[in-house]
Design a protein around this ligand. Structure first.
Ligand code: IMP
Ligand code: MG
Length: 186
């Protein structure tokens, strides 16, 4: 067992992580985002594009709060390797399967850090001529963002700290935590 549900602190390889956003707060905000997006896209059938692996938990909760018809697809990028700091390289590991031409696209991200991944994905999706592209991210590290990007829906602004849980990993682990934890003293 790695931790009790919603423990205040957890120990990860000798480092302490403290709770930053608890499960209840996340769920409340995800429901709000779902409601707002459903209203904005009324009468349309958007395609939600999840960015693997980090966005899966947020993605699954978000689309269950969408009350209009929608479709889903996934992209997979790699940018971090095992490091806690963005390597500045983005690689496409899995392409889209959906035909997105003339469709309304909503990119679903777990976190926008430097912004490089989003810039790369927006370019990639734009090149397939959708009708529109919007971005929803659960977390935004505003201070760390180096690219000029418009984030249409943001769950939470967070400080420039390393976080895990609710889809976010540390060397591929801890995605299954229900709350979001930040490295203590980071
Ligand atoms: P960006 O390209 O620098 O914006 O980085 C975005 C990606 O890096 C996210 O989709 C995450 O997968 C990962 N990432 C950024 N910050 C963190 C963090 O604090 N914890 C875990 N993963 C992160
Ligand atoms: Mg990611």
């Amino acid at each position: 067992m790695i931790s009790k549900y919603n423990a205040k602190e957890i120990s990860v390889n000798g480092e302490i992580f403290e709770i930053l956003i608890d499960e209840e707060t996340i769920q409340k905000r995800v429901a709000e985002l779902g409601e707002i997006i459903s209203k904005d896209y009324e009468g349309r059938i958007p395609i939600f594009i999840g960015v693997l692996n980090g966005s899966v938990i947020f993605f699954a909760d978000l689309i269950r709060n969408i009350s209009i018809n929608c479709e889903v697809d996934f992209l997979k990028l790699s940018s971090y390797g095992d490091a806690k700091i963005s390597s500045g390289n983005v690689k496409l590991i899995k392409e889209l399967n959906a035909d997105i031409k003339n469709r309304d696209i909503i990119i679903v991200e777990d976190i926008v850090d430097t912004g490089l991944s989003i810039v790369y994905m927006k370019g990639l999706i734009q090149s397939q001529n959708p009708n529109s592209i919007k971005i929803v991210t659960l977390l935004h590290k505003k201070e760390a963002t180096k690219y000029d990007i418009k984030l249409d829906y943001i769950g939470f602004q967070i400080p420039n700290r390393f976080v895990i849980g609710y889809g976010l990993d540390h060397s591929q682990k801890y995605r299954n935590l229900r709350s979001i934890y930040a490295l203590k003293n980071s």
